[in-house]
Design a protein around this ligand. Structure first.
Ligand SMILES: [Zn+2]
Ligand SMILES: [Zn+2]
Length: 210
């Protein structure tokens, strides 16, 4: 069927009424020369868009095969590791500091207890005033002091027992035991002001715990 010139399809490129070729892909009409040009443009587009993209992807894949450690997800794992370690180190550092604070108080108390016992021993020795029972009592006090120095009951390390947590959180606490143990060991010594001031029951001397 013949078209009148006004009914003829127009070439999508030059606009002339001689669009004798229709592209099946985009349904546009073209004249002969622009049909060829359209085909060439399509080929160029194929090279530039799809083939280039494929090659880039191939390159990316080669890179991943060669160095899987550079994968973005690997970086995520590394970041998680770094942050977790930093968190643990911070808690450990704080716990160590707290331990040092507590233990220095504790050893200070023990130091004063030892001085006090030494005074008692010297006095008893000078005055030659002691019997078997006294010796046993001092031995017992020293033994208790030794046990407490090695394994201080007043300091407790606690691990957060939340079973869901991957790593239990550590914490340290200081019980009221320091003063109690201290009082038990020394017997006749009064401890006031939470252990800061020690007055000897029998003598007039005193010592500052800190
Ligand atoms: Zn044309
Ligand atoms: Zn087309």
């Amino acid at each position: 069927m013949a078209f009148s010139s006004s009914n003829k399809p127009r070439c999508a490129t030059c606009g002339k009424n001689i669009g004798t070729f229709t592209c099946r892909g985009c349904s546009q009409d073209f004249c002969l020369s622009h049909a060829q040009e359209h085909r060439q443009l399509l080929g160029k587009k194929m090279d530039e868009d799809v083939i280039l993209m494929h090659d880039q992807l191939q390159q990316c894949l080669n890179q991943q095969v060669k160095q899987p450690s550079l994968h973005p997800l690997m970086k995520e794992i590394n970041e998680w590791e770094k942050q977790s370690i930093e968190k643990i180190q911070l808690v450990a550092q704080n716990t160590r500091q707290k331990f040092l604070d507590i233990i220095s108080k504790h050893t200070n108390n023990a130091k004063i207890a030892l001085i006090s016992i030494k005074e008692q021993l010297s006095r008893a020795r000078d005055e030659d005033d002691f019997f078997e029972a006294d010796i046993n009592e001092w031995k017992e006090k020293l033994e208790k002091l030794k046990t407490d120095l090695n394994t201080p009951k007043a300091i407790t390390i606690k691990l957060d027992d939340n079973m869901n947590s991957f790593i239990p959180k550590i914490s340290i606490s200081e019980g009221p035991m320091i003063i109690e143990t201290f009082e038990k060991i020394l017997g006749d010594i009064d401890i006031q002001d939470k252990g800061r001031l020690i007055t000897h029951g029998s003598s007039k001397g005193y010592a500052l715990v800190r």
